[in-house]
Design a protein around this ligand. Structure first.
Ligand code: PMP
Length: 435
């Protein structure tokens, strides 16, 4: 009997024993193409020598030094590299162990900033429906995923949720993309005014929505309007790039494509690429200085923040992405993957929308493609496709839409950046067979 507490109790899982490029291998030698990078994690595949060697070297040299007493070379170098390429005025990095911790840090930083800036009434956080920002209780409070929230209510943060920018499912026929984007963004202004601008601390959103919608970017102009509204009302903009950041969309930071920069940005998953658990929160000098010149103490921390081995892995990952020009490769292979998906599945009666950016793609599954009618949740279509794909030797990430307070399913694809065209075409074959 296994004593490991699995995510799905009673599940019997194969044992992963080895990694080879884009593949994971189980105890029987069966090879699985990692079409979702786990959950948009393994951007460099499973046997990257540079990251492996960097981790080994750091363990040999010095594994741990608590951040109350020391900084470390890998943490400093990684922070420098992240800031060198970061959008806007982001110029401080706070390292944590994963995505939820990064979001927790962002929420608490926003709250503390307003307190120290003389605006203690700013407590409300606004997010979007059908969003996911992590599973710890604060990050869960932020997310607008109805299924995940319901059993833990009442949640912690003073929250409200506005509509996502989800053009395929929610733009009325006849409304232009631009009008839809402006109208959806203006929901933020309406919500700020409803709550009272002096009570709102921040708005949080993913530039390209990952798990809950399936690689859905906002329409052009949406985030520019969001940025304007935040500036107008003194509301901090937190962009959660835990899933879509670190090159996944064909930009190191996904928000570059929207032409805006946030006040606080979170990253994780692809930063450690699976070699080490690491996440980070980036913030502007204005936020940092307010706290530094105020109480001088950010009231948040975890034992393992800034872990040298995790930072060494993160540094090697970002160097590998930048020095090997993987970002243009992600763009080109992403276009290829989109074309292959459209060619193989574009006319399928149960495939609705195929979308995304870079190597971050979503396939929407519908009962009827003309009317966009979603499947009845009782069929559990996305979960069945995941199972059928796994049997074919493909790892893909399902999202049963019904879990998110709406009816509808999709499959998320986030293959490693090193995947060849032949491998991506194999991915599409296996997915098409499964569907
Ligand atoms: N934010 C987003 C956008 C995510 O996709 C996730 C994980 N799926 C998280 C936060 C939480 O990250 P973690 O699982 O590393 O805590």
């Amino acid at each position: 009997m296994s004593h490991v507490f699995p995510r799905h109790c009673n599940a019997t899982l194969p044992t992963a024993t080895a990694g080879d490029g884009c593949f994971l291998i189980d105890q029987d030698g069966k090879r699985y193409f990692d079409g979702s990078g786990g959950a948009a994690v393994s951007c460099l595949g499973h046997s990257n020598a540079r990251v492996r060697d960097a981790v080994k070297a750091q363990v040999d040299q010095m594994a741990f030094a608590h951040t109350s007493f020391f900084t470390s070379d890998p943490a400093e170098q990684l922070a420098d590299l992240l800031i060198e390429h970061a959008p806007g005025d982001l110029d401080r990095v706070y390292f944590v162990s994963g995505g939820s911790e990064a979001v927790e840090s962002a929420i608490k930083l926003a709250r503390q900033f307003h307190l120290e800036n003389g605006e203690p009434a700013r407590k409300h956080l606004i997010a979007r429906r059908q969003s996911y920002h992590g599973n710890t209780i604060g990050a869960l409070s932020a997310g607008g995923n109805a299924w995940r929230r319901q059993q833990f209510a009442p949640l912690l943060v003073e929250m409200s949720h506005i509509a996502p920018c989800y053009e395929y499912a929610e733009r009325p026929e006849g409304e232009s993309l631009e009008d839809y984007g402006q109208r959806t963004a203006n929901e933020l202004e309406a919500e700020i005014l409803r709550l009272g601008p002096e009570t709102v601390m921040a708005f949080i959103a993913e530039p390209v929505v990952g798990a809950t919608l399936g690689a859905v970017p906002a329409v052009p102009g949406y985030f520019k309007r969001i940025r304007e509204i935040c500036d107008q009302y003194g509301v901090l903009l937190i962009l959660d790039e835990v899933m879509c950041g670190m090159g996944r969309t064909g930009h190191l930071y996904a928000c570059e494509a929207d032409g805006i920069a946030p006040d606080i940005l979170t990253i994780a998953k692809g930063l450690g690429a699976g070699y080490q658990p690491i996440g980070a929160m980036l913030c502007t000098s204005q936020i940092y200085n307010t706290i530094a010149q105020g109480t001088g103490f950010f009231q948040h921390g975890h034992t393992y923040i800034g872990h040298p081995v995790a930072a060494a892995a993160g540094l090697a990952v970002v160097q590998e992405i930048l020095e090997n020009d993987l970002i243009p490769q992600v763009k080109a292979r992403g276009t290829y993957l989109q074309q292959q998906l459209e060619a193989r599945l574009g006319q399928h009666p149960h495939v609705g929308d195929i979308r995304g950016r870079g190597l971050f793609r979503g396939v929407e599954l519908v009962a009827d493609r003309d009317s966009k009618t979603p499947f009845d949740p009782k069929y559990g279509v996305a979960a069945k496709i995941k199972k059928a794909a796994f049997a074919e030797g493909l790892i893909c990430y399902p999202m049963p839409g019904a879990r998110d307070g709406r009816v509808g399913d999709h499959i998320l694809l986030a293959p490693p950046f090193i995947a060849s065209e032949a491998e991506l075409s194999g991915l599409v074959d296996m997915l098409a067979t499964a569907i």
